[in-house]
Design a protein around this ligand. Structure first.
Ligand SMILES: Cc1cc2nc3c(=O)[nH]c(=O)nc-3n(C[C@H](O)[C@H](O)[C@H](O)COP(=O)(O)OP(=O)(O)OC[C@H]3O[C@@H](n4cnc5c(N)ncnc54)[C@H](O)[C@@H]3O)c2cc1C
Length: 382
């Protein structure tokens, strides 16, 4: 068992690291401060054919799987938390299409996302139903051969730039999680509108919005997969997404560690470099151990996805990778600020930005509490 990337994966890592250091690092704090959608970074990733890195070649992807996707996400996230969202949103909006969609849907949407000709968003969460996603109220009903959607979604990432949104709706209102179906909703459909743009703690480059659906009529063909089977497919999709979210956390933590380590060698106190103090050394050693462990968990989980080992029995590994890495990134971000002392609290350094961004990873796509529930249930069921 070799705990190493193969040559093409190493080359990918090296290439994306250089690209990120040269083009993304100098933009990161500006994106955060101006709350600016990083269109230039989208174009950069498009130009380097990274948007579909995880998709099969038949859909114009690079065929490097979710492990390839995680490598790219990590290397970008070392410098900026907003920029890897272009790949994460592509994964999120396409996953259920790839898992359950028909051939026309795959051809149109997967190819469009990989080529950077389409942008997608994903809408499950509602004002009263986040963790309790089976309790959504957005409805879809068949009227005259079309699906008509009514309801409100919240906290949707990036819908103002999206061409389509993958939307969960109730198709059998009394059947709980067994009454949910997913739909592809083009954002130019009548009756669809974007409401409030949330004011956020971090992750400010990609909007987070309310969505309103008022008699939004879409063709019957925009239904994804079988009627009322959407929740099950979505949960399988979420499992597969977890390593990608973990990779964001690993990259963010690595960025914090690199910065704090370099600073500790330059900063002097009591006549010596602060890196000579054991208290600082131990914090750095702890950070390294946690990052390394998280990266291995993320790579293992991504490899399970890529080798099709996505059965229920492996849910614990997907959730472990996401949760361990997310909680780790939060701690590493806080400790890295501690190493800088007062300077770490200031906006002259990127660590306060990383800390604000890290919090989001513990919440999105299943909070750290919900992940622990999944892990525990999975362990006790076996
Ligand atoms: C920046 C951002 C971007 C997002 N982007 C998207 C997106 O693109 N699309 C989308 O659909 N959603 C998105 N979300 C929503 C996100 O997935 C939800 O916020 C998340 O699932 C939690 O749901 P909630 O906010 O309703 O919290 P709640 O479900 O209200 O949870 C509140 C607290 O209770 C805890 N809790 C809830 N149930 C349990 C339980 N059974 N046991 C133990 N603890 C529990 C939670 O862990 C949490 O600590 C985004 C959120 C944020 C912050």
């Amino acid at each position: 068992m070799l705990f190493d990337l193969d040559e093409s994966q190493k080359m990918l890592k090296e290439t994306v690291r250089e690209l990120s250091e040269r083009h993304i690092k100098p933009r990161a704090s500006e994106i955060d401060e101006k709350e600016e959608y990083p269109e230039d970074i989208f174009q950069l990733l498009k130009e380097h054919e990274l948007l579909g890195i995880f998709l099969p070649e038949e859909y114009h992807g690079a065929g490097m799987g979710f492990l390839g996707g995680c490598i790219v996400i990590e290397e970008i996230a070392r410098f900026c938390s907003n920029s890897p969202l272009f790949i994460v949103l592509n994964m999120l909006s396409s996953r259920i299409i790839q898992l359950s969609g028909n051939q026309e849907q795959k051809d149109q949407y997967l190819k469009g996302l990989a080529k950077g000709e389409l942008r997608g968003s994903y809408a499950l969460t509602e004002p009263h139903a986040g963790s309790d996603a089976g309790n959504i109220r957005t409805r879809a009903s068949l009227e005259g051969g079309e699906w008509v959607l009514n309801g409100t979604k919240c906290y949707c990432s990036g819908p103002d730039k999206a061409d389509f949104i993958t939307v969960a709706a109730k198709t059998d209102f009394n059947a709980g999680t067994k009454g949910i179906t997913y739909f592809i909703v083009p954002t130019n459909t009548d009756g669809f509108s974007i409401g409030r743009h949330e004011k956020k703690m971090g992750m400010k480059g990609i909007s987070t919005c309310i969505l309103n659906f008022e008699n939004v009529a879409i063709p019957k063909e925009n239904q994804i997969g079988e009627l009322n089977k959407g929740f099950k497919s979505a949960m399988i999709g979420f499992n597969q997404m977890r390593p990608a979210i973990g990779a964001r956390a690993v990259g963010l933590a690595q960025g914090c560690f690199d910065y704090a380590k370099n600073y500790s060698k330059e900063r002097e106190a009591f006549g010596t470099s602060i890196s000579n103090f054991q208290a600082i050394q131990f914090m750095l050693a702890d950070m390294f151990m946690q990052i390394e462990a998280s990266r291995l968990l993320v790579h293992k989980a991504a490899s399970l996805v890529d080798t099709g080992q996505i059965g229920k029995e492996n849910a614990r590994y997907f959730s472990t990778a996401k949760t361990f890495a997310a909680d780790m990134a939060m701690k590493v971000a806080i400790d890295s600020i501690q190493i800088l002392g007062g300077a770490g609290y200031m906006k002259d350094h990127p660590l306060e930005r990383f800390m604000r961004d890290a919090k989001q990873i513990q919440i999105v796509e299943g909070t750290s509490q919900i992940q622990r529930l999944i892990i525990a249930r999975n362990l006790l069921d076996s």
